[in-house]
Design a protein around this ligand. Sequence first.
Ligand code: F6R
Length: 247
Amino acid sequence: MRIEVLADPAAVARRAAGVVADVLRATPDAVLGLATGGTMRPVYDELVALQRRGEVDFTRATTLNLDEYAGLAADHPASFAAYMRAALFSRVPVDPARIHLMRGDAPDPQAEARRYEAAITAAGGIGLQLLGIGRNGHIAFNEPGTEASTRTRLAPLAAATQQVNAPAFHPQPVPERALTMGIATILEARRCLLVATGADKAPAVARMVQGPVGPDCPASFLRGHPDVTVLLDPAAARDLAAAAPSG
Ligand code: F6R
């Protein structure tokens, strides 16, 4: 696990976008695993800026998102499908046939999970997986208690996660479950890039990097992956031993 502590959240976003752009320059038909959430918004803004300057091209890329709320259709404003359209897919030229999102409103979630795993395999596996981290140490919607062997499935959302995401649904209740790639699915990506900014992520980041590896902090399973880069701002790195700005 390589840790980079950048000067501030903007520098983190630039660096994350730079990694994605480097992958796309080297491999124009790269398979990208994409994440949503507040941390990723500035990363997508940077990627859009790079695309407008002609420095990155998504037209041959394949994308596979990590997760989706159960019961939500793609046109629901709080869906991750809507997030991705607003953050990236409507802003850069992409091939719609190469965009993969889980159908939150699939009538048979187990069948949808199997379809998604098959789509990952058919794409040749994920080359670069973008990840955020929850304050409780989740990655994708693999909440504390999730085992390393898990694959794409319908999973319960922790009460804390529901609370954090409640504003997007207000006044409706937050879904209690989500379709999510599993830990084993994520660990099969050839490379992972986890991004965390802000002091509210500091305890989870410290547990991921320095705590015991296990289901209490699902992000800790990334320590078993051979190629993980973690990009942090100083606030998110606050609880790490011997963290120093690296650029
Ligand atoms: C989203 C996802 C989640 C988020 C995490 C952090 O696709 O998989 O694991 O990455 O909840 O979210 P933010 O960035 O909103 O703090």
